[in-house]
Design a protein around this ligand. Structure first.
Ligand SMILES: *[C@@H]1O[C@H](CO)[C@@H](O)[C@H](O)[C@H]1NC(C)=O
Ligand SMILES: *[C@@H]1O[C@H](CO)[C@@H](O)[C@H](O)[C@H]1NC(C)=O
Ligand SMILES: *[C@@H]1O[C@H](CO)[C@@H](O)[C@H](O)[C@H]1NC(C)=O
Length: 211
């Protein structure tokens, strides 16, 4: 259930980050890490209450939960049903002297698609003001009918760290898309919330280091 992200650093990051050595994992004071604010907009998060958040007790992950992020294909649907997106700006509070990056992600939902239908779930991540971005995608091919979770780790070489010296907001552009079956106009399908959690969930795994 984790989706992979990549992150590309500015030159400064790139030169500071060795390609194979593991990162130092320093953990900031637990009480001092929380989501200050989330702003979002898009067809996958259309209202003020579309996105809930949860930060794990160990501050190693935060979860974004979507209650109306649903893509559908089939008779009587059109392009605006086939693709949904949500653009989020996540402002994390954390102690001075630390920076963070995304180590891994999980994407959880439910997919039910007829033969011939394909789709993908994608997310692009970057820190505000930084041109480097990382992305992760999962592709689906019908027939498929199950709760699923996709996990991914960010390749060590492409991890982007938040800049030192300021709390920089994390941008997440996420989308779900289904493509109608060319051979069968009646084929239908959806990517939707899973049966257990009743929400689409993105779990974002963090790693920390000192500046
Ligand atoms: C995160 O979730 C908590 C608990 O539901 C809520 O009180 C808080 O306002 C949310 N934070 C943001 C930034 O949405
Ligand atoms: C995602 O990353 C891959 C490889 O870095 C790149 O080829 C692709 O264009 C990216 N996709 C988006 C939507 O940015
Ligand atoms: C699609 O469904 C309609 C209504 O059930 C039916 O009349 C039509 O033959 C179907 N088309 C195909 C290609 O199966």
């Amino acid at each position: 259930m984790l989706v992979s992200l990549l992150a590309l650093g500015l030159a400064a990051f790139a030169s500071a980050v060795p390609t194979v050595e593991p990162f130092e994992r320093d953990n900031p004071s637990l009480d001092d890490v929380y989501i200050k604010h989330i702003t979002y907009a898009g067809t996958g998060c259309p209202t003020k209450d579309s996105v809930q958040n949860y930060t794990s007790a160990d501050k190693q992950t935060f979860t974004l939960m979507f209650d109306s992020f649903v893509a559908q294909v089939g008779p009587n649907t059109g392009p605006s049903d086939w693709r949904k997106f949500c653009q989020l700006l996540v402002e994390l509070h954390y102690p001075q002297g630390f920076q963070y990056s995304i180590a891994h992600t999980e994407f959880r939902g439910y997919i039910d698609i007829d033969p011939g239908i394909t789709g993908e779930q994608e997310a692009i991540f970057y820190f505000s003001g930084e041109s480097a971005q990382s992305n992760c995608s999962t592709f689906f091919t019908g027939p498929q009918n199950e709760d699923y979770s996709q996990t991914g780790n960010v390749p060590l070489v492409s991890v982007v760290w938040s800049p030192c010296g300021s709390e920089t907001a994390l941008n997440i552009e996420s989308s779900l898309a289904l493509h109608p079956a060319t051979s069968d106009p009646n084929a239908s399908g959806q990517i939707t919330t899973d049966s257990v959690d009743t929400r689409i969930q993105y779990i974002v795994g963090l790693q920390w280091k000192t500046c």
